[in-house]
Design a protein around this ligand. Sequence first.
Ligand SMILES: NC(=O)c1ccc[n+]([C@@H]2O[C@H](COP(=O)([O-])OP(=O)(O)OC[C@H]3O[C@@H](n4cnc5c(N)ncnc54)[C@H](OP(=O)(O)O)[C@@H]3O)[C@@H](O)[C@H]2O)c1
Length: 481
Amino acid sequence: MERGSAMAQARIGVTGLAVMGRNLARNLARHGHPVAVHNRTTSRTKSLVEEFGHEGTFVPAETPEDFVAALERPRRLVVMVKAGAPTDAVIDEFAPLLEPGDMIVDGGNAHFLDTRRREQALRERGIHFVGTGISGGEEGALHGPSIMPGGSAESYAALGPLLEDIAAKVDGTPCCTHVGPDGAGHFVKMVHNGIEYADMQLIGEAYDLLRHACGLPAAEIAEVFRTWNDGRLESYLIEITAEVLAHTDAATGRPFVDVVLDQAEQKGTGRWTVQTALDLGVPVSGIAEAVFARSASGHAQVRAAARGLPGPAPSRLEEAAAFADDVEKALYASKIVAYAQGFHQIQAGSAEYGWDVDPGAMATIWRGGCIIRARFLDRIRAAYDADPALTTLLTDDHFAEALGDAQDAWRKVVATAARLGIPAPGFSTALAYYDSLRAERLPAALTQAQRDFFGAHTYRRVDRDGSFHTLWGGDRTEIPG
Ligand SMILES: NC(=O)c1ccc[n+]([C@@H]2O[C@H](COP(=O)([O-])OP(=O)(O)OC[C@H]3O[C@@H](n4cnc5c(N)ncnc54)[C@H](OP(=O)(O)O)[C@@H]3O)[C@@H](O)[C@H]2O)c1
């Protein structure tokens, strides 16, 4: 272990040494990159070096001045502090110590609009601000996360090789690429988290249906999930679902899933995804239902008040194995929809902010390191390889075929859920979205007519250009709008 000095001896520095920062610093050191380490409370810096100093070259710094002095130029300074005001506080502390060409990498879960604001302010001072999405939690940070850096191409040229070095690798390809300018990295990370919400909700519904429509015990459902994990649904989330469902609570001997309070929490990136989608006008109904499902689960009082409301008489399906096959198809189809919606949002954000994000590259860097890592992402990448201008993933040959094959099963599952009174908002909204896009005509025509009736908002016609208004309160003649 080398001790700190005023000499520039570290290739990169990490400030903020809680679980994420500490593991990221260790990952860098383990890959042979001398890393300066700093934390507001110095005891964290000391304990990192004491416990893990043998893993590589750490340069501990007690003050921001020492930390900056330890970095070779242009300086690469990674900030891994609590998102929000602490990030601004740390930037304000370090920016005056930096020089033009230096880089501040924010690896926290920042809102992309904050990242845009920070990037612009620092750009005016000649400093590169690299808002970087990092997925995979503390394990990922240590063993290889999925990394989504935004910021300038110039900063990526200096940072990319280090980040690609410590990122997860799939088939030798690093799960890290330059996403696009300013807030692009944090935007894509946000949508990634939104997709994660949708994925988890759909898995939850699949479990719930097998449990309550078929009466399968948790341990048997674990087996079903294990089988699914050998097929096209193979993914980290399916794999851990099987693990969780097979787990027995030591204290009670009951299935572990039955002793966990059924009120889901959230940290906020799912909510950001939906709020941003509303602003962009992109229908991410699968992600929205997942966020709302978590909220609904948490409203214990409302749930208690509603518990006695009438529903269908309890009944069970006889053909559990056949129904499980149907649920697998419904799950795959609904998952395709959730990803199609998420990628639509990425493309809309990219167009709105001029980021030129390559959607196939996003699928590529999500294949490892992150929570939604899955075989499925190879399919998405292949879809964009085949047609980089693909309007929606739903029409890619592979996905269109899978959606076609799922038709009967998907509808049967949604109908069964409704008939038995089992909530399946994720499956239902995915199917409704699919049918909405397929429809030759939508009742949006009636909506437009109503809006014209009560608010003279005008409408367009199918047979002529222009906008029109009908004199609803008068003789109902049509006039140009
Ligand atoms: N945990 C995860 O799985 C995960 C996954 C992906 C991304 N992230 C993001 O990564 C970042 C770090 O996460 P974390 O869980 O390791 O840590 P955290 O609990 O979010 O934050 C704790 C760190 O922030 C520092 N800090 C807080 N306020 C500060 C201030 N005003 N000035 C300077 N430093 C300040 C703390 O320093 P002190 O020790 O002095 O208090 C400590 O190092 C967060 O933005 C988080 O959202 C986390």
